[in-house]
Write a protein that binds this ligand. Structure first.
Ligand SMILES: [Zn+2]
Ligand SMILES: [Zn+2]
Ligand SMILES: [Zn+2]
Ligand SMILES: [Zn+2]
Length: 798
């Protein structure tokens, strides 16, 4: 997903192998500038074949608007609507709208249909927006009464009586003009009844919701650092040959304290798995991808998306986001949608980075990198004394990426100074990146988008570029500069890409207990966050809200200690060998306490013991690195084949999937039976501490919760929590999420005192990771407030 599709990778690898050895050598040693130049030459001589291949690959990623897809999606939406599945209908109408041409009567019908689903779901404000959208896109006049009725109903639900009356009056006169329409008249009667009801309500308004401190989280202490934008004043920026740039606590820091709050310089939504390019004909997919669920620009969750005017891929939370994205980058990206999906997220981030930075800044920094700014070639690896670095323009304190005042800011300049590790990438990888970037720039030129890239001010006339096919033309010098910057960014991303993750709700989202799992939403550059070095046992925790990241201390950090963050391979989830393997992409060997301990002691990590198989006879742990495992209990000494046990594990996972599928289609009883059977089976060959044992308990809790058996649900969840705590630690995010679920279950089951104590524990953990103002914390507060309002006799009973 980050890199280009496999076929393009394969082509460039074959091309690389077929190059003349002399050229290969030149490419290997080439600077970024020369790499672009040589890449252009290679593509020019191979041009027709390679570019035809790329065009072919692009046909699989569909981003064009296809009216025939629109009508298909709309029909599917209508079917879901009739079945009363309004959420599903909503998504399908959105997909339909994204394929219709803007301003067409068809797209207005999509919005109107969607407004009906929104009304049923109780999203009245958004429903009104969709009705307005339908009207502005030329909704057919003859269908207008239907929509006006909906509008009136919506306004009534919102208590906007006067507005509702105005709409009704308009409707009445319209109907009078059109002649009697009895169907509408019956609806009108229904509405006048509603009006009466509402009038009564207004006479005796409901008591205003009490101010019982629902949002009482204390404001966080936050003082911004004067030298590093977005960082807390309790940090300082250090630089040495060994650790590169890094952040150090300049005073004692409490657990939960915010250390960095940074808005991404650039971020690109990941298309997600389901948009994986398919072979053969594309059946239109009714599943929701990231692009259907999150705003293309701000990553906010979508309810009623605003489609891009040009493509079916980009969808926005609002017209404002759509307009801003168009202005900033999407007018250039839109015509290249399929190519960007084919070349992968890293290329896309690289392009958007230069578009956001603007050509003037891009060429300034590229130029500077050519003229002896040595710290750009190798900003961190060298052991130059700091004074020398300072006169190389690196800033008053000798730290690369700082501005002339010695301030490190989340800017393009700082981003440009992130390490590209030009020498450490494999030559094949560099070649792949070079050809991809050059191909993208050639396409930009061929599509007449060069002006849009080079001038930020370029007006709307670029929106409909001419799609001429003259890709054979040499890249202009300006586009070569752009390509060079993009190549740098693609190479930087391997070490500096930050995944933006969110907790995505699983299932239909209407359950009393919300189950969530983390998903990768976007890839981004965060220049300040990038200053943090990695540890497999980090002392911070990172959370995201839209495109902004917050780093908090996960534990007390004393003055002088380095502030560290985990790039992915956490000691709780992987063994040291796997971690070191993954960390190789960052070109360093991890020497964090967890790695040192595991490497030196030679002891198997706790992880491998916990996630091990157990003896089918005596339940002791099975041992051995070979194909045959042996029971660790000497008296037993039972042997078993590793393949056999692994096979059983896979079968078990399949069965668990089937159980969850049963739950999804509403067969809870069968799901419980299947899960209990799985548990029995697992007990005969998995260690009781195996993560899967915990997952099964968690699933059981979920099923019991859906049928309202709260006590059973709580019992299973507590077992799951024990295992999660063992694997991830008692104050980990994972444990926090499990406790949050337990609080919901206890809350629903009226186990008041236990619910309150669980809420307190969950708060303790989640406030450290997400801060006191986070959505989870607010929900916990609301639960607490609700419980404390219960009559005293219920409280005493528990
Ligand atoms: Zn948005
Ligand atoms: Zn578009
Ligand atoms: Zn480590
Ligand atoms: Zn045994």
């Amino acid at each position: 997903m980050a890199l280009p599709v496999a076929e393009w990778q394969g082509r460039t690898a074959r091309l690389w192998a077929a190059l003349e050895p002399a050229l290969r050598e030149r490419l290997e040693a080439a600077s970024l500038q020369d790499a672009v130049r040589l890449g252009c030459d290679v593509l020019r001589s191979e041009e027709e074949e390679e570019e035809a291949a790329l065009v072919q690959l692009c046909h699989r990623a569909l981003t064009d608007k296809k009216p025939e897809a629109a009508s298909w999606y709309r029909e599917q939406g209508n079917q879901e609507f009739k079945r009363g599945r309004y959420q599903a209908a909503l998504r399908l109408y959105s997909k339909a709208a994204s394929h219709e041409l803007p301003g067409s009567p068809e797209v207005s019908v999509c919005f109107a249909n969607r407004s009906a689903a929104l009304l049923h779901l109780g999203h009245f404000e958004v429903c009104l927006e969709d009705i307005a959208r339908a009207e502005s896109h030329g909704y057919p006049d003859r269908l207008l009464p239907k929509v006006l009725l909906r509008k009136a109903e919506c306004l009534l639900c919102l208590g906007r009586l006067q507005d509702a009356q105005d709409v009704l009056r308009m409707l009445e006169s319209k109907i009078a003009l059109d002649g009697a329409m009895t169907t509408h008249l019956t609806r009108l009667q229904k509405l006048s009844q509603l009006k009466v009801k509402l009038g009564e309500k207004e006479k005796c308004p409901e008591p205003a919701r009490g101010e019982h401190g629902g949002t009482q989280g204390e404001p966080e202490i936050w003082e911004e650092n004067s030298r590093i934008s977005g960082a807390s004043s309790s940090l300082s920026l250090s630089f040495n040959a060994d650790r590169g740039r890094h952040l150090v606590a300049s005073q004692d820091i409490m657990a939960g304290q915010s250390l960095v709050k940074e808005e991404a310089f650039v971020s690109v939504l990941c298309p997600g798995d389901s948009l994986a390019l398919q072979h053969g004909d594309t059946a239109w997919d009714t599943r929701a991808t990231n692009a259907d669920l999150y705003c293309h620009r701000c990553l906010r969750q979508l309810l009623a998306s605003v489609p891009c005017q040009g493509c079916s891929y980009a969808k926005y939370c609002s017209q404002d986001c759509a307009d801003r994205a168009w202005q900033q980058y999407h007018r250039t990206e839109c015509p290249l949608g399929a190519l960007l999906l084919t070349l992968g997220v890293f290329c896309h981030v690289a392009l958007r980075t230069v578009l956001l930075a603007g050509y003037a800044e891009v060429s300034r920094l590229v130029e500077m990198s050519h003229h002896g700014d040595r710290n750009l070639q190798n900003p961190e690896g060298s052991c130059r004394p700091l004074s020398e670095a300072a006169d190389a323009g690196a800033g008053s304190r000798g730290v690369p990426g700082c501005d002339s005042n010695g301030r490190y800011q989340s800017s393009y300049q700082a981003l440009f100074h992130l390490l590209p590790h030009t020498e450490q990438h494999s030559p094949e990888h560099k070649f792949l990146c070079t050809l991809s970037v050059v191909a993208l720039c050639k396409q930009l030129q061929a599509a007449g988008l060069e002006a849009a890239v080079l001038s930020q001010e370029s007006p709307q006339q670029c929106s409909k570029p001419k799609t001429c096919e003259k890709t054979s033309e040499e890249l202009s010098p300006e586009l070569k500069t752009v390509a060079e910057a993009m190549l740098r960014h693609v190479l930087q991303l391997q070490c500096n890409a930050q995944a933006i993750t969110v907790m995505q709700e699983l299932g239909p989202g209407d359950g009393a207990v919300v189950d969530k799992k983390p998903v990768r939403l976007a890839t981004a550059f965060f220049p300040v966050l990038s200053l943090l070095n990695h540890s497999c046992c980090p002392n911070t925790s990172v959370s995201f809200s839209g495109t902004s990241a917050t780093v908090r201390a996960a534990q007390p950090i004393s003055s002088g200690q380095e502030v560290l963050h985990c790039y992915g391979p956490h000691w709780c989830r992987m063994r040291v060998a796997e971690r070191q393997q993954l960390l190789r992409q960052y070109f360093f060997e991890c020497r964090c306490p967890a790695c040192l301990q595991e490497l030196e002691s030679g002891v198997k990590s706790v992880l491998s013991i916990r996630n091990s198989f157990c003896c089918p006879k005596c339940q002791a742990q099975m041992q051995g690195e070979e194909d045959t495992l042996c029971c660790s209990n000497e008296a037993c000494a039972t042997l078993a084949s590793r393949d056999h046990l692994s096979g059983r594990l896979q079968d078990l996972q399949q069965e668990i999937k089937k159980a969850l599928e049963l739950l999804r289609v509403g067969k809870a009883d069968q799901a419980i039976k299947k899960l209990l059977k799985c548990q029995m089976d697992a007990g005969t060959f998995l260690s009781p501490e195996h993560l899967l044992m915990g997952e099964m308990e968690d699933h059981l809790a979920q099923v019991y919760a859906t049928v309202g058996k709260w006590q059973e649900a709580a019992r299973h969840l507590k077992k799951s929590i024990e295992i999660v705590e063992m694997h991830h630690g008692p104050s980990s995010v994972e444990t926090g999420h499990e406790l949050f679920k337990l609080a919901q279950i206890l809350f629903n089951g009226f186990a008041v005192s236990e619910a309150l104590s669980t809420i307190q524990r969950a708060e303790g953990i989640l406030s450290v990771h997400f801060g006191p103002q986070s959505a989870q914390m607010q929900e916990l507060q609301e639960m607490k407030a609700c419980l404390s309002e219960l009559p005293r006799n219920i409280l005493q009973r528990t």
